[in-house]
Ligand binder design. Structure first.
Ligand code: GLN
Length: 547
């Protein structure tokens, strides 16, 4: 059975709990262990699929088609372990399972209560697959003291109590604020946070303290004394230039050692950190820089396109260059000529998105990339926009557009070159979807295979003709326009295995113009950059030499 590490946070949110968990996972792997990471979120949405990226950041999609928290992206990027549907759960999902069972009569007339029914549901979830790995890392979202987090804290307390002694440990992340006037790091908020945790029956074994300054030995001793943690288990976490330094930095600070000590694993296997040393070396010592424009809608919040930003960094690692990505609001290009702004970039990405707002600007960005021979990567909506651009400006379909926008506006204006997908194959099963289906979890989600055309650019890039990539979309390029579009120079170089759904288009006679219906960014890792991002950045480097 797995050993469990429960990771909680205190004092303030956004401390980088997800990153600390992911880095710890990577360090345990470096010592030869197998790991799985999980996120338990106290919010009441059933999943983040319907939450605005403005509010919650990107929705991360797993192979098995779950729409999850973006922290699962961190987990995958650091450990390479593909997340599953069962690695992300919210209070909404837990309550909805409990209530459904209650309606079905599954509790035989009992009074349903937070303890034990909700906490049991949480514990069952935590235990899924616990015979598969050496360590299960479970991060609890939010901060200790949040009302909605209480059932989760109670559940992990019970879980540790019920398991064999030494099978579960608790790691708590806090902030040590620096008071400039006093010239001191303050430990009091951390003391209070641990006190709060202990009042609900959880005593941390490891304390990770985010700080902008070195923690003096005196303060470490104080934290150890007041928080009832060993001094060696108080781990300082300084700010980092790149998140990919986190495994090495946490190792140097003693995190993995403290965790293994808490489990009583001695002597601990020695870590092999070569993979991370290579990644950090490439990030710190680039031979030049490329500039990439990301033309989208959710530009105010970097987290909305987290995986794209990371995949670009990985593409930079593959080419040993620094990728400077800039987020441009596509709406601006609806009133302004995009050329003066886009001329400053070596490559253009139009990312995924929903809704009509800003799409005409995205279409103009795709047109600029096509006409000026600038490398272009269109992802999901970004592919659809490139196809509409080609349909209008190359194939003479003046009214080409997406049914998504007509349905949203409630009036028919466009020729549906991109249409609402009503039927597709998942393995041998046909999935059907009505236009007015529920919004939650009803898209074409998760991993689907695609077949690449022999001799195409993408087949060369991938080095194979069968790929599997993750999807999250409701609309699709209509195959009936294939002949017209191919005659105009846009090749359908990747198709679903049954030949019905266009998965990839590429522009003939263009140095690098690729649109993909899936999200390659979700599978990229710093130690295994995604081939499309690696090659896109390579093309951008070449483009940079031209200008
Ligand atoms: N809105 C488009 C669709 O549903 C694109 C989705 C996306 O970019 N993820 O097909």
């Amino acid at each position: 059975m797995a050993r469990y590490i429960f990771i909680t946070g205190g004092v303030v949110s956004s401390l980088g709990k997800g990153l600390a968990s992911a880095a710890l996972g990577a360090l345990l792997q470096a010592r030869g262990y197998t790991v799985r990471l999980r996120k338990l979120d106290p919010y009441l949405n059933v999943d983040p699929g319907t939450m605005s990226p403005f509010e919650h950041g990107e929705v991360f999609v797993t192979d098995d088609g779950a729409e999850t928290d973006l922290d699962l992206g961190h987990y995958e990027r650091f450990t390479g372990v593909a997340a599953r549907r069962t690695d992300s759960v919210s209070a909404g999902r837990i309550y909805s399972n409990v209530l459904e069972r209650e309606r079905r009569g599954g509790y035989l007339g009992q009074t349903i209560q937070v303890i034990p029914h909700v906490t049991n549901e949480i514990k069952d979830w935590i235990a899924i697959g616990d015979d598969e790995v050496d360590f299960m890392l479970c991060e609890i979202g939010g901060t200790v003291g949040d009302i909605e987090g209480l059932p989760f804290f109670e559940a992990i307390r019970q879980f540790a109590q019920e398991r064999r002694r030494g099978q579960c440990i608790f790691m708590h992340l806090t902030l040590l604020p620096y008071l400039a006037a006093a010239g001191e790091l303050k430990t009091k908020p951390t003391q209070h946070s641990v006190k709060e945790l202990r009042s609900i029956g959880i005593a941390p074994d490891v304390l990770v303290c985010r700080t902008e300054h070195e923690i003096p030995a005196k303060e470490i001793a104080k934290l150890a004394l007041f928080c009832n943690v060993r001094a060696e288990s108080v781990i300082p976490a300084r700010d980092l230039k790149s998140i990919y330094e986190a495994p090495l930095a946490y190792h140097a600070a003693g995190l993995d050692q403290a965790v293994l000590d808490a489990f009583g694993i001695s002597p601990a296997p020695r870590p092999n950190l070569t993979r991370w040393q290579q990644v950090v070396d490439a990030v710190h010592n680039p031979d030049g820089e490329v500039r990439i424009a990301i033309v989208g809608k959710y530009t105010q919040l970097g987290d909305a396109y987290k995986s794209i930003a990371e995949a670009l960094t990985h593409g930079g690692i593959a080419n040993r260059v620094k990728v400077h990505a800039e987020w441009l609001d596509s709406e601006v290009f609806e009133t302004e000529d995009p050329a003066p702004r886009l001329e400053n970039f070596d490559g253009i990405i139009v990312p995924g998105g929903f809704g009509e707002r800003g799409t005409e600007g995205k279409i103009r960005a795709a047109q600029f990339a096509r006409e000026r021979n600038v490398p272009y990567l269109g992802i999901c909506l970004g592919m659809q926009m490139a196809v509409i651009e080609a349909a209008r400006n190359l194939a003479g379909l003046k009214d080409a557009g997406s049914e998504e926008f007509d349905l949203e506006a409630g009036k028919k204006r466009f020729e549906p070159v991109v249409y609402h997908l009503k039927e597709w194959l998942e393995g041998n099963r046909t999935i059907q979807r009505e236009v007015d289906a529920d919004k939650g979890g009803t898209m074409r989600l998760g991993a689907y295979d695609a077949t690449l055309a022999e001799g195409s650019k993408v087949a060369k890039i991938y080095g194979t003709t069968t790929i599997s990539e993750r999807h999250r979309h409701r609309y699709e390029v209509a195959i009936k326009y294939r002949d017209k579009l191919e005659a105009a120079g846009l090749c359908f170089s990747g198709m679903s295995p049954d030949g019905k759904l266009p998965e990839i288009v590429e522009m003939k006679d263009h140095p690098w113009f690729v649109g993909v219906q899936f999200h390659p960014e979700l599978k990229s890792k710093p130690f295994a950059p995604h081939p499309l991002f690696a090659d896109f950045v390579r093309a951008a480097v070449e483009q940079g030499r031209l200008v």
